[in-house]
Design a protein. Structure first.
Length: 525
């Protein structure tokens, strides 16, 4: 009895834990554990593949360096005639005096180790120094842009309230987003795709807006339009603004964004708070520009352009606009989650309706039940009592797979159901190897217990080798596969592990118990 007592205890523990983790799937709230997550193909939802425009991140980095160099040159009293773009990865600095080149190179070396001097040439009597981003830095910027976009999108979706989203990187600059159970697909796309670049810029009130609209835009300024253009009545003029290009402050210092209601007009607005550094910058900006109009720009759309009446300390501001409560809520989400480092475009979109998902569940479960019943009946008829023991192991095998999915937060999809069906056949194969080995020992005239010992001992090596190679293949699929392939790999891995346990531990314990207690006199194989 001591021989299989540890097996009985282990089996009891596994069964108990499996039941604990499976119950919430059928009776939510019964235990404080999550239920099995259903994939997009089973409960419906939205599948998106986004492409991060990483080149824009490189251009933004170059623009930031250009503005910083202007400030550094002014601080170090280095004269120049301008810093212009020389392609998408380089800047052209026009020098006043060729002797200033050494000072500029010193500034670049101290502040921008990855900014290399590419060439120096004389054009029209002036020297132009061309500096560019190194190839290594460009690749790093692109990689970081994709990674940051992934985290930003994940934060937005978590705040949006989607249960068990699947968000992962595909290749170098693509992101796959699966949102099971979502119904408002347009709102989700707007939330995911919004760049959410928050900028504070001064209105250009020194030049004529009408002249700018006619094409005479003054240098250093641009025309932006009021947000919510879609709500403008057809035939009416959009509200234009002549805005200075220089960004006085960005949303990088934002710590919180929340929806509040204006008590005077009973309209929602978004209240924003900055960190300590951002509060100081905002206070300085407002102090230096009293009586000027400050435009609050989000993704090149002006939400409001209030006049600064006085210095604003404390690091708080508000974004007003013609939006409803839901739009204000979504705006607060994207501001809290942060701006995307580069725009994203949707290159693939699929929507699975709930009815199609229910039909997939029905067909998937039907195929699982039919295949399981056929295997159970065949094994019971062919191997008799030992076949019933194999059937018991098979039922526990399915229970363990379901518990594993719930325990590890896995997602069950149609490929996952296919993996379960495959492991049902593999689990039966393990028992067949054992029983056929026992039959060979019986033909040699050995006693029942000797046949059982030899059958399990000799078949266990084969079972272990065969399942180990399958498990390695499943792990490789999980590591390098995506979407449906991963779903298949998860259930296959769980099934292989469970089938080895049920064949080598459960079946052995039950058979040993039956013959050790003399409940069976002869082998029924």
């Amino acid at each position: 009895m001591k021989y299989f007592s540890w097996r009985a205890a282990l089996i009891g523990l596994v069964v108990m834990v499996s039941i604990i983790y499976v119950i919430p799937t059928f009776k939510p709230g019964f235990w404080p554990y999550k239920k099995i997550n259903l994939g997009l193909d089973l409960q419906g939802g939205m599948h998106l593949v986004l492409e991060v425009q990483t080149e824009k991140a490189v251009e933004s980095t170059l623009e930031r360096i250009r503005n910083e160099l202007r400030d550094l040159f002014r601080k170090e009293q280095v004269r120049h005639r301008g810093i212009e773009y020389a392609g998408k990865k380089a800047l052209a600095i026009t020098l006043v005096d060729p002797e200033d080149r050494e000072n500029i190179e010193d500034i670049l070396e101290k502040n921008y180790a990855d900014l290399a001097v590419e060439s120096s040439a004389m054009e029209n009597g002036v020297q132009i120094l061309r500096v560019g981003l190194t190839a290594e830095w460009v690749e790093q910027i692109k990689k970081q842009a994709t990674e940051q976009a992934l985290e930003t999108i994940r934060n937005r979706i978590d705040q949006f309230g989607v249960n068990e989203p699947d968000i992962r990187v595909q290749g170098e600059r693509r992101i796959q987003v699966q949102l099971p159970g979502i119904s408002d697909t347009e709102r989700a796309k707007d939330l995911i795709g919004k760049t959410a670049l928050l900028e504070f810029k001064l209105l250009d009130e020194e030049h004529d807006l009408a002249a700018a609209l006619d094409g005479n835009v003054p240098p250093g300024s641009e025309i932006l339009y009021q947000a919510q253009d879609d709500d403008v009545v057809p035939g009416t003029q959009k509200q234009p603004y002549l805005v200075k290009k220089q960004t006085l402050m960005t949303g990088a210092y934002l710590t919180d964004a929340r929806v509040q209601i204006d008590s005077q007009f009973n309209e929602p607005y978004v209240a924003i708070d900055f960190d300590r550094k951002g509060a100081k910058i905002f206070e300085r900006v407002t102090e230096e520009n009293v009586k000027k109009r400050l435009a609050i720009v989000l993704d090149n759309k002006v939400y409001s352009a209030p006049t600064i009446q006085e210095k604003i300390p404390g690091g708080s501001a508000r974004i007003t606009g013609s939006f409803n409560a839901q739009e204000a809520h979504d705006l607060a989400i994207v501001l809290r989650a942060g701006s995307l480092p580069a725009p994203v475009v949707i290159i693939e979109e699929r929507t699975v309706g709930p009815s199609l998902g229910r039909d997939s569940i029905h067909k998937g479960l039907l195929s699982l039940i039919v295949s399981s019943l056929l295997v159970l009946v065949f094994i019971a008829i062919y191997y008799k009592i030992s076949g019933l023991i194999a059937d018991l192991a098979l039922v526990l095998n399915i229970l363990m797979i379901a518990a594993g999915l719930a325990m590890f937060g896995g997602t069950l999809s149609m490929p996952g159901i296919a993996g379960i069906i495959l492991t049902i056949g593999m689990a039966v194969d393990n028992n067949i190897l054992i029983y056929e080995r026992i039959r060979e020992e019986m033909r040699l005239g050995k006693t029942p217990l000797a046949c059982i010992d030899a059958g399990f001992d000799r078949a266990s090596v084969t079972i272990f080798d065969a399942n180990l190679t399958t498990l390695i293949a499943a792990l490789v699929l999980f590591q390098f596969g995506t979407g449906p392939i991963k779903g298949f790999a998860v259930t296959l891995s769980l099934g292989v592990t469970a089938s080895m346990f049920t064949a080598l531990v459960l079946s052995r314990a039950v058979i040993d118990y039956l013959y050790a207690t003399n409940r069976l006199k002869t082998l029924s194989v």
